[in-house]
Structures are given as structure tokens and as C-alpha cells.
Write a protein that binds this ligand. Structure first.
Ligand SMILES: Cc1cc2nc3c(=O)[nH]c(=O)nc-3n(C[C@H](O)[C@H](O)[C@H](O)COP(=O)(O)OP(=O)(O)OC[C@H]3O[C@@H](n4cnc5c(N)ncnc54)[C@H](O)[C@@H]3O)c2cc1C
Length: 416
């Protein structure tokens, strides 16, 4: 399918594809076949190779060691890396690191960029974004945030309980969302504060057992429950302006939602490719499975919906390069999450027992994709935003003209 992405975007994506075919996918296939996990040394080897090929961290400005691509231009490369279980990791474009780099780059001070962004891009340190809280804390409704930071001289004193903090097990620092003005509405009284993992009072309680995971690498990452008990950090660790936490989180999540869409589209496309290859070879009831109309129609529907999702993501990326594109991103995220889940599920079904088996990548994709309809805003939360937008500026004259309530004409007409 030709999407007419820019020349630059296609050129980089072509090189990403070569990198995947020559370096990453052979190692992935070997790991799937042998069950031998890919080591951190090997991942660092991928990073070196990606740097030599000018593919490393496409989303990061060149001055911080990346390729400096905007959302539209990184898109085809991110779709490519999504095709592999370790593709995004291999070029350092994996969530949540990529979104945290974006946040620091957008609003970090020069000191924060030197101390944290530069080594984060290089993979010398790791990060996590801690917003979601247990019990009646922030989740789908982030206004319910309960964690706090109180100023004491030139320090913040942070008390927070967070969970589902991705990569939180081995993070070197947490971008932590906390209420900093309890008298204000949370939207104007919340800040993001950088908390080093080795600060006194930081307690990584556990990795929350979950569906999916990194699967074929030795990386821990995990989705952690983390407590912050009277943790003191300098006031300079505030990310962006004090009390602007929601605005910054919105900027982070807008981009993060869309880059997730790009990677998951790649997963869905590869799953379909594997399934089509299986169907074209495997025979049952006198023909190859490819010839069964029941399957052909479902593949046709999946191709159509995946194409629609990719078009939506491209449109949202173009808008996000110009504005906050909240509704375009909400629509693209909600639609893509459902389409990619359905596509991967169909691909798994088409491969029969081998779809469930982990010789193929589909079962790994299947485990990973389910969370996408929940993370970065559940389907219902996006529908809520889209519906609110849909009901803005309703033109009431349209219905008044059609039904003419005042004159009772419609009722008379029905009586006849
Ligand atoms: C794999 C994974 C990784 C994650 N990574 C991070 C991370 O790095 N950092 C972080 O801060 N958080 C992270 N999260 C948390 C994630 O952002 C939250 O799970 C999500 O925002 C939903 O919040 P909740 O779990 O509290 O669900 P709840 O708020 O309890 O909602 C439960 C369900 O209710 C439904 N619902 C919610 N609102 C409405 C509504 N208005 N109308 C109808 N139905 C509704 C939805 O189906 C929703 O799934 C991660 C979660 C997962 C599963």
C-alpha cells in the first residue's frame, strides 16, 4: 500500500527494514526457536549497529544523539520496528523510554537534559512514568490523583503510591505525577517531578504479575508498584513549570498514544503476513486454507480495517506535528487498538495450534496487544472525549426545521 509518506520518511524506513531483515529478525527467530533469551549485551550491540546505520532513536533531536524526525517522518520506521518483538528496543524507540525522552526534550531544563536526557537516549540509564495509582487514586480519571509533594525550603517532600509503572523495576528515575497545590483543581495544581530511584524512601514493591511482557529478552522492565515515602528531591527536579503537570502529561501521552499505534500496526501487519503464508501452504478438506472463502473474507476485512487505521494514524501524526490533535489522536488510538487486537486474534486463529505456540511471534503479539485497549486511556475514555467533541456546537435548527415541534405539524402528520 502506498501512503505517500515523505521521501525522508521512506528513505529512513527502508534502512530500518534492511536492519530488521539483516540483523534483528534472524536473532528473533533464533530466540523463538531455542527459547534462549536475548541478552542486554546483544541489545547494546543492536544499538551500536543502529547508530552506525543512522537509525538510532529516530524520535530524538540530533543534538541529543537521535535522528530528529517529527511524528509524520518517524511513522513508517516505527511501523517497521513494530513488526519485530524487539524492533523498537533495537533502535531505542520503545515505550515508555521514547515518551520519557520526548517529555524531557520538550520541557526539561538544559541541566536536566544534560544529566538525564543525554544518557537516557544512549541507554546508559532507564526511566519510568508514574501516574496511575491504586484504590481511589488516579486511573482513567486522573483528576483523582492522591499522591502529593509539599515544599520544604528548596526541596519537595513526596508521598506517593503508584502502580503499573512500566519499566519501573529497573528505572534509574521516575517522572512522577503528584498534586502540588491541594487548593487548586488537579488540572492546575499537579506537577511532574523527577525522582531518582536511589533517593531515600523510594520502594519498588513488586512487579505486578501480568499478561504479556518482554518475552524473548533478559530485560526486566516490568510493570511495577512503587511507593515514595517522604522522598526528598530538589525543587529543580520539577519537570516544566510547577503545577503544569496535566498539560505536560497530555503532550507526552498524545505522542505516546500515536507511537504505540505505529508499533502495534506493524505487529498486526506481520501477524497477517505470517497467517497468509500459513494459509497458502496448509491444506485441509481438499484445498489449501487460502482457498476457503470463509477465511478469505475475514482476511479481506482485516486488511481493510488495518489500512483504515494506518490512514487515521497518518492523519493524526500530521495534525500532531502542528497542534495537540487531541481528538484525532483519541480516534486513531481507540480505533487502532481494536483493529490491531482483532487482526492479531484472526492471524492466531488462522494458524491453528501454531498460532498458540511460541515458535511463531503471533502468540507474543497476542499477549501484548490486549493491554493496548487499556493503556494510555481505555477505549471508553477516548469514546467519552470523542463524544464530548461530537456534541459541541450542535446546530439545533437542523432538528427544529425537520420536526417543527412548535407547530405540532409532525404529530398531525402521524395522526393521519
Ligand atoms: C501494561 C500496562 C502498562 C501501563 N503502563 C503505565 C505507565 O507506565 N505509567 C502509568 O502511570 N500507568 C500505566 N498503566 C496504567 C494505565 O494507564 C491504566 O491502567 C489506565 O489508565 C486505566 O486506569 P485503571 O487501571 O485505574 O482503570 P480504571 O480507571 O479502574 O477503569 C477500569 C475500566 O473502566 C472502564 N471505564 C473507565 N472510565 C469509563 C467511563 N467514563 N465510561 C465507561 N467505562 C469507563 C474502562 O474499560 C476501564 O478499563 C499501564 C497499564 C497497563 C495494563
Amino acid at each position: 500500500m502506498e501512503y505517500h509518506d515523505s521521501e525522508k520518511a521512506n528513505e529512513v524506513a527502508g534502512r530500518v527494514e534492511d536492519f530488521l531483515e539483516e540483523v534483528v529478525l534472524p536473532r528473533e527467530r533464533e530466540a523463538l526457536a531455542t527459547g534462549e533469551r536475548i541478552t542486554m549485551d546483544e541489545i547494546e550491540g543492536f544499538w551500536e549497529e543502529a547508530k552506525e546505520r543512522d537509525l538510532f532513536a529516530p524520535q530524538v533531536p540530533e543534538e541529543y544523539g537521535g535522528q530528529g524526525l517529527d511524528f509524520s517522518d518517524m511513522l513508517p520506521s516505527f511501523e517497521q520496528v513494530g513488526r519485530s518483538l524487539i524492533g523498537a528496543l533495537a533502535i531505542r524507540a520503545n515505550a515508555p523510554q521514547e515518551g520519557n525522552m520526548h517529555t524531557l526534550e520538550m520541557v526539561g531544563t538544559e541541566e536536566q537534559k544534560e544529566e538525564y536526557l543525554r544518557p537516557l537516549v544512549q541507554g546508559e540509564i532507564s526511566s519510568a512514568f508514574a501516574m496511575t495509582e491504586p484504590k481511589q487514586g488516579g486511573g482513567s480519571d486522573p483528576k483523582m490523583l492522591q499522591s502529593t509533594a509539599v515544599k520544604d525550603g528548596d526541596e519537595w517532600v513526596i508521598n506517593a503510591h503508584k502502580w503499573w509503572t512500566s519499566d519501573g523495576l529497573d528505572a534509574d528515575f521516575y517522572l512522577t505525577m503528584v498534586r502540588t497545590d491541594l487548593d487548586a483543581h488537579p488540572y492546575s495544581g499537579t506537577s511532574i517531578i523527577l525522582v531518582p530511584a536511589d533517593a531515600d524512601g523510594v520502594d519498588v514493591v513488586r512487579n505486578i504479575p501480568h499478561v504479556g511482557g518482554h518475552g524473548i529478552t533478559e530485560r526486566e522492565g516490568g510493570h511495577a508498584e512503587v511507593k515514595f515515602d517522604d522522598v526528598r528531591v530538589p525543587v529543580e527536579n520539577t519537570i516544566g513549570e510547577e503545577n503544569d503537570g496535566f498539560q505536560i502529561a497530555q503532550m507526552r501521552l498524545g505522542g505516546g498514544r500515536l507511537t504505540h499505534c505505529m508499533r502495534y500496526s506493524g505487529m498486526a501487519e506481520r501477524s497477517l503476513d505470517v497467517a497468509k503464508a500459513y494459509l497458502s501452504e496448509r491444506e485441509a478438506f481438499g484445498t489449501t486454507l487460502e482457498e476457503k472463502q470463509a477465511l478469505r473474507h475475514r482476511i479481506a476485512d482485516a486488511e481493510t480495517r488495518l489500512h483504515a487505521a494506518r490512514c487515521m494514524v497518518r492523519h493524526a501524526a500530521r495534525e500532531l506535528d502542528r497542534s495537540d490533535a487531541r481528538i484525532e489522536v483519541a480516534m486513531a488510538k481507540m480505533f487502532t487498538a481494536n483493529v490491531t487486537q482483532d487482526t492479531i486474534d484472526l492471524a492466531l486463529q488462522c494458524c491453528g495450534g501454531n498460532g498458540i505456540g511460541k515458535d511463531l511471534p503471533i502468540a507474543h503479539f497476542y499477549e501484548n496487544v490486549r493491554a493496548f485497549r487499556i493503556v494510555d486511556g481505555a477505549d471508553e475514555v477516548h469514546r467519552r472525549s470523542i463524544a464530548r467533541w461530537a456534541f459541541e456546537d450542535v446546530d439545533e435548527t437542523e432538528i427544529e426545521n425537520a420536526l417543527q415541534f412548535d407547530e405540532g405539524l409532525r404529530i398531525d402528520a402521524l395522526d393521519e
